[in-house]
Design a protein around this ligand. Structure first.
Ligand code: MG
Length: 374
């Protein structure tokens, strides 16, 4: 079974609410959220779907670069390639776009990888868990994401999360250390029993992070994610020696090479596994397994993908037995997506499809509705 065609659909999906992290706006209600869907068609007639969700506030990839990378480089190199030979396909993709420290356009490569898994599964009538020789787990719990500069609003959102049965909160910080402490105190006061994950998205200096970690120990934070710059493994290792709060790395770890360096530097307690930043299911599975072997904790994350990549991620997190709740927050922000059949999401609880491949069906009408010209 060979790749006959790859079709690319750049989209702006409607948002229910805007979303900002310490680096800036990740998606706004006025413009919509940038997503790229791709369809791989095989010479046997099978189809597979993949998704990229770039954000230039989080990493260097954009709607435009994902589209041009796949259209101009990956697609011409992959037409005629054997679909099930994923190792060779990754070698070929890395030959076309050379990996740098972050894998070389990993979000674009992830969409291709995901679509190939989907096509192979559909051709063989196998779900992802069957392909991994793993039992199917029918659900996943989501965390509730809080991203606001207002302690009062943060507390209101935490109360809402408790009322809806969420088990964990993911709080975005990094605006200003004084406000950050007020936000954490407000959130902990409103939801004392929930798992509290705090993500700074690289916002702090080592000195600021050490001070904040000491306050977090008093407040009762469960994990402190990516406090320092992505390339500062030495700083994260220093921070670990000064606090009892587990340190998680996200933007520092894109590849198994990054992960090995972090392990050698003793820079983290926990690794955030994300399909898109790790070049797809292939890379994220390898990173997750390696982190487990190294005795590290795993957190599941995403880049607010729609339900296609959310479902693929959830299947992988269940395979890796990642602690729940996981941070797949697309449904909190997206008002609609192009999935016509897929997971059922009820606030923090996702019931996963067990069909072949990823298990989602795509609406061509919605792809047309939300398609954008570049
Ligand atoms: Mg993160």
């Amino acid at each position: 079974m060979k790749i006959a065609d790859i079709q690319i659909y750049p989209l702006l999906l409607p948002m229910k609410q805007s979303f900002a992290i310490s680096g800036g706006t990740v998606g706004s209600q006025s413009r919509g959220a940038p997503h790229v869907y791709i369809k791989v068609v095989t010479d046997s007639g099978a189809e597979g779907w993949g998704e990229a969700r770039p954000s230039h506030r989080w990493s260097y990839e954009t709607l435009e670069t994902v589209t041009s990378t796949i259209t101009g480089y990956l697609k011409p190199a992959l037409i005629g390639a054997e679909v099930a030979d994923l190792q060779s396909i990754h070698v070929q993709m890395n030959k076309e776009i050379k990996p740098d420290l972050s894998g070389g356009q990993p979000i674009a490569k992830a969409a291709v990888d995901m679509a190939l898994y989907d096509a192979i599964g559909k051709e063989r009538q196998n779900s992802l868990s069957t392909m991994w020789f793993s039992g199917f787990r029918p659900s996943v719990q989501l965390s509730y994401l809080i991203s606001t500069p207002s302690p009062e609003e943060a507390a209101r959102k935490a109360v809402y999360a408790v009322s809806q049965g969420y088990r964990g909160l993911d709080v975005k910080l990094g605006l200003d250390p004084v406000t950050d402490i007020e936000i954490l105190e407000a959130v902990k006061g409103a939801a004392p029993g929930l798992f509290l994950r705090v993500d700074a998205n690289q916002a702090y200096s080592l000195q600021q992070a050490v001070k904040l970690a000491r306050v977090m120990e008093r407040i009762g934070v469960d994990v402190f994610e990516q406090p320092l710059r992505a390339d500062d493994l030495y700083g994260h290792a220093q921070l670990r020696r000064k606090t009892s709060i587990p340190i998680a790395l996200d933007e520092s770890i894109w590849t198994t090479g990054n992960l090995l360096q972090a392990i050698r530097a003793e820079a983290c307690d926990t690794v955030v596994v994300k399909l898109t930043k790790m070049g797809g299911l292939t890379g994220a599975k390898r990173c997750g397994e390696l982190a487990r072997e190294a005795g590290l904790g795993l957190l599941g994350g995403g880049l607010t993908e729609s339900r296609l990549a959310l479902t693929a991620s959830a299947h992988l997190f269940n395979y890796l037995r990642i602690e729940e709740p996981v941070d797949l927050n697309g449904p909190l922000f997206l008002a609609d997506d192009p999935i016509s059949s897929g997971p059922l999401i009820n606030e923090g609880e996702v019931n996963l499809p067990n069909g072949p491949g990823i298990g989602c069906e795509i609406s061509m009408d919605k792809l047309e509705l939300y398609g954008c010209k570049l």
